[in-house]
Each structure stands twice: as C-alpha cells, then as structure tokens.
Design a protein around this ligand. Structure first.
Ligand code: B12
Ligand code: SF4
Length: 526
C-alpha cells in the first residue's frame, strides 16, 4: 500500500514558482510506518492515474480554484480502488461536496498536521471515519515540511510558514475564518531549521507563506495599553519580540538569501519593523492595497488602509526601507467607476510598486462577501449548465463567468476589459524596463524583465483572461519564460551551512532591560 499526495491543477507548466507547502507538510505528518508518500504537483505535471493502485491512499488538497479538478481526480482514483481523502481550505468549508462529488472516502477539515496521520492509521485498521476535524493546531504542533522529498530543479522558490491566522476581517477573505484571528506563530528555531535545510539544498529564495507577517501592529499595542490590559499587552509584546528574534536570525543567514512575504499596510507605520525586515533580507512583500478610494476600502472592511496621497506615502515607506511591494488590487467593487481603473494604475506607478496584481472581486467560499451574495438570490439562484451560480467553482471553466457580483454601473465585460488594460499597461515593456532600475546591473535588469513577464503570463491563465485563445497563448509563453527564470533562482548548495544561534530572550521585553534601555529589549517595541 502506498500513500500519494496530489495537488490538482488544470494547467501544468513543467516548472512552478512556489512549492505548494501543504504537500511537504502532509508528507511530514505521514507516520513513518507508511513510508514516504509519492508526491504529485499537477502545476508541474499531470498525475498519471496508472501510478495509483487499488488499496493505495490518495490525499488531495483543494482550494476553491482547483476544487473541480480535484473532484475529477478523486472520482477517477476511487474507481481504481484507492482510498481517497480530501483536505485543504475548500474541503474544510464544503466537506460534503468532496464526499458526494469528489469520490472521497473521508475528508479532513482544518489543519492536517495531526489529523492526517490519524486518518491513515484508521484506514489501515478498517475504521476510517467520513469526517475528521483537524481544527486549528497550536504552533508548536505545526509539522516542518519534508523538503528532502522535493523534486530536483522544479521550483524557483520554496515556502516556509512562520505564522497562521490574521486578526483582520476583510470581507473578501476566508483566512480569518478558517485559520482564525489569533496568530499562531512558530518558534524561530523551527523556521530557521527549515530555511537552513533548504539553503543546504540550493534554495536561496524563500516565500514566507504567512497570512500576515505583521500579526501585531503598534496600534494593537497602544490599544491594549489604553485598555489597561496587562495580560493582553504582554502577549502582544511577546509575539512582536519573537518576530524580531526571527528576523535577527534570518539576517545571520548567507547574504545571497532573499525572502518574500505577505503583510498588511500597517507595517508602514513601524519603521523599526521595516528596518528589521531589510536586515533580514525580506526584500519583497505582497501588500493588500485592494482599493484606492476610501469608499472602496470601507466596502471590503479594510478601512485600516489609507487612500489617496497617504496611500502613496505608505507604500513608498516600504520601498524606502528596502522592501519591494507587490501591490494587490481588487477590481469590480461596487464603488468602482470607469475612471477607477486608470486611477489605480496611476497610483501603482506613482507609489513605486515593483510588482502589482489586479484581481477581480470573486465571492470566495467562506467569506462575508460570499454569504451576502448567496443570500441575495433567495430561492432564485441562476444556473449555468445546471450548476447554481452560488457553486461557481463547479461550473466548467469554458462557460464559467468571469465576474459574479452584480455591479451598479458596469457589466462584466467592461470590468474584465478594463482590468486587462491595466495589466497590459503596468506590464508593458516600457513600464517594466523603467521599474527595472530598482536592480543594480544590466543582468539583473534583464532578469527583472523576464520575471515580470512570467508573472504577468502566469496570471493571465489563472485570473482574468477573457478568452481561451489568450489563455492558451499565455500558458505557452509562461512555459517558455519559466525555463530561464528558474535558472536565475538557482544557487549552489551549501551542505555545510550551520544553523545560526538563537538569541532567545534577547528581544523579549524585560523590566530590567527596559529600565536600563538595554539593547534588544523595549527598544524594539517602540
Ligand atoms: C502562500 C499562499 C499563496 C502563494 C503560494 C501558493 C503555493 N504555491 O503554495 C501565492 C502567492 C502564489 C498564492 C496564490 C494564490 N492564492 Co493563495 N495563499 C497562500 C496562503 C497565504 C498560505 C498557503 C500555505 O502554504 N499555507 C501553509 C500550508 C501548510 O497550509 P494549508 O495549505 O492550509 O494546508 C493545511 C490544511 O489546509 C490541511 N490540508 C491542506 N491540503 C490538504 C490535503 C489533505 C489530504 C489533508 C488531509 C489536509 C490538507 O493541512 C495543511 C497543514 O495543516 C493561503 C492562506 C491560507 N491560510 O491558506 C492563501 C490562499 C490559499 N490563497 C488563496 C487564493 C485565492 C490564491 C489565488 C487564487 C489568488 C489570486 N486571486 O490569484 C492564487 C492561486 C494560486 C494557485 N493557482 O494555486 C485563498 C484561497 C481561498 C479559497 N477559498 O480557496 C487563500 C486561502 C487566501 C485568502 N485570502 O483567502 N497563494
Ligand atoms: S485579506 Fe489579508 S489582512 Fe485581510 S483578513 Fe485576509 S489575510 Fe488578513
């Protein structure tokens, strides 16, 4: 009996940008008695069903975007006699769907770090349950990924998670509902060990696959102070101190290493944090800008972000501290007007963003937006080829609408066309070349150009491309561009690399240290 783990995808590029972390975490969560799982990431190559035999166990991880492919795989493999177990964010939200449409024998809801092993053992004993609730495991139980199982020369970046959960509550996002609002932050030892292991293998680019790398803002600390809540205050300060400890240790790693993360805009008000990021070589961050107007931000419950000139100033703060921003914008908000597209593009250029993505407002399962949208239909849910629109992920790709939420002034075609125009303008050769000045040499400017074009082409296939011809052209381009790009990210393995020592406590607030104004104490908290 073999265990297989499959990451479903409709498009295979041969090369992928970032490792799907869950595959390697679940491999680590597989009890040793089952042997090392066979891993298949379909963003690299499609699964050959003949490699799966009757009696094997197949774990399939799905988010909303790849659920349909996951279900097709599940049914096919179940028919071959395999035991099919689903997990991931979408299976957590719709476990019944995996059972009825995906041929699942069982579904693991929530974190798989502990529950996956339990399901495997139950299956071996003939006592498999239909549903396992993995819940939200504490950070010290997060499994470190089995990077020894990575296929050679396939990914540009590896992904290491440092914290799960996000305290915010944006209306389009499911993270705070599934991963929770309390940050579950891993100790720096676990994170650093994984990163060192990856550098030993030749990975020098690491995506910190966090929901929000800045789990405690200065405003949170001020609020706890004002509320005179010493317990909360201590907890927040400890989380913050641990961030600094992690960044100090990242700074001790080889100078060729480079990190990328996702962070809220509030970090712009925290120069000490940004400086620590620069020292740690966290050179890029995805910042959810979402909208450039106050009304737009309010509509997605993100009014902690700035708009207008203040927004430009905040985004520039990252750049001034050596952190390049991948700005993420949403189009199709009810407050958007025809001129919002142009205004957004201008802001992205003016704020000096290094990369940008312009996504269409999509009611992802598990979000507040989704619930409101689903309710708005009452009993009269429209269908496409017999599939209710409120289960849009089940509609075949060829006929799936591009936008779902009705807009007061624009139709779906107009939103799609204008969004496409912004992508085209932001990623025109001239614009990319101008932006490439942020890199020091001609060689790196060329690399920047390749990466920008790759990013743009990969997105054209997953997000907004309105016609299938454009989508398949984009896939062809992405495949071609991915080859030189992968080479750019490769580094010589460093098998001898040592783990930098921890300065445990150096960043923890201590009363004595604070009074003395000693280094690494309260000075990082203010
Ligand atoms: C890093 C990240 C990315 C990275 C890297 C993606 C990659 N190659 O891994 C980038 C930036 C490229 C990215 C892109 C996108 N992402 Co993303 N991403 C994340 C993020 C922040 C972390 C994912 C991660 O690695 N977590 C660490 C692993 C260990 O956790 P995990 O995946 O949750 O797995 C655990 C459990 O779910 C479970 N589990 C998972 N699979 C399985 C399978 C089995 C069998 C079992 C038993 C258990 C199990 O066990 C695991 C361990 O506990 C999540 C947020 C989140 N909290 O999930 C969003 C998230 C998954 N992304 C999301 C989205 C929407 C996207 C995009 C579509 C964005 C866009 N608009 O284009 C694209 C799609 C890319 C694609 N085609 O797959 C959404 C998905 C929403 C949904 N309902 O499906 C999330 C949840 C963020 C959000 N704002 O809501 N993403
Ligand atoms: S969009 Fe970002 S800030 Fe908002 S809840 Fe999701 S992870 Fe948090």
């Amino acid at each position: 009996m073999k265990v297989h783990l499959v990451n479903p995808s409709d498009t295979s590029f041969g090369t992928a940008v970032i490792t799907p972390r869950w595959l390697y975490v679940l491999a680590a969560a597989t009890p040793a008695s089952f042997g090392a799982p066979e891993i298949c990431d379909e963003t690299l190559t499609r699964l050959d069903p003949l490699t799966v035999h009757a009696g094997d166990v197949v774990g399939i991880g799905i988010h909303t975007g790849n659920a349909l492919r996951g279900y097709a795989l599940g049914r096919e493999l179940r028919e071959r006699g395999a035991c099919v177990i689903f997990g991931g964010i979408h299976a957590t939200l719709y476990p019944q769907e995996s059972l009825t449409l995906g041929g699942a024998n069982a579904v693991v809801k929530g974190d798989g770090d502990v529950a996956w092993g339990r399901a495997l053992i139950d299956n071996a004993n003939g006592t498999l349950q239909p549903i396992y609730d993995g819940g939200r495991v504490e950070a010290d139980q997060f499994k470190s990924a089995r990077w020894d199982l990575l296929p050679k020369d396939s990914y540009m970046w590896a992904s290491v998670q440092t914290v799960r959960g996000c305290a915010k509550h944006c209306s389009f996002c499911s993270v705070w509902r599934t991963d929770g609002q309390r940050p579950r932050q891993r100790a720096s030892d676990m994170v650093i060990e994984e990163i060192v292991g990856l550098r030993r293998q030749g990975y020098r680019f690491i995506a910190l696959a966090d929901d929000n790398f800045y789990p405690v803002s200065l405003t949170d600390i001020e609020l706890a102070e004002r509320q005179n809540n010493p317990e909360k205050l201590e907890e927040l300060k400890a989380i913050r101190a641990d961030r600094f400890e992690l960044m100090a240790r990242l700074a001790m790693l080889p100078k060729d290493m480079c990190f990328f993360t996702q962070i809220t805009m509030e970090a712009a008000e925290d120069p000490k944090f940004l400086d620590a990021m620069r020292n740690a070589r966290i050179k890029g961050a995805l910042v959810g800008v979402e909208a450039v107007t106050e009304e737009g931000l309010k509509s997605v419950f993100k009014d902690f972000n700035c708009s207008g000139e203040n927004l430009v100033k905040q985004l520039k703060m990252f750049r001034d501290h050596g952190v390049h921003v991948l700005g993420s914008f949403i189009f199709g908000l009810p407050t958007d007007r025809a001129d919002t597209f142009q205004a957004t593009h201008e802001l992205a250029e003016k704020a000096g963003l290094t990369f940008a993505q312009f996504v269409l407002l999509t009611p992802f399962a598990g979000t507040v937006d989704f619930e409101r949208w689903e309710k708005s239909f009452g009993e009269n849910v429209p269908t496409v080829e017999g599939v209710p629109l409120t289960r849009h992920w089940l509609i075949p790709h060829a006929v799936r609408p591009k936008t779902f939420m009705p807009h007061p002034t624009m139709n779906s075609e107009e939103i799609g066309r204008r969004t496409q125009e912004v992508w085209d303008r932001f990623y025109s050769l001239g614009s990319i070349w101008k932006r490439s000045r942020c890199t020091p040499t001609l060689r790196s400017r060329l690399a920047f150009l390749f990466i920008s074009k790759l990013y743009r082409q990969m997105y054209a296939t997953t997000g907004i491309a309105t016609d299938s011809a454009r989508r398949s052209r984009a896939t062809g381009w992405a495949r071609w561009l991915a080859i030189p790009c992968r080479k750019l990210f490769k580094a010589k393995p460093m098998p001898e690399l040592e783990i930098p020592l921890s300065g445990i406590g150096a960043f923890r607030p201590t009363v004595a240290g604070a009074a003395a104004g000693g280094p690494g104490t309260f000075n990082v908290l203010r």
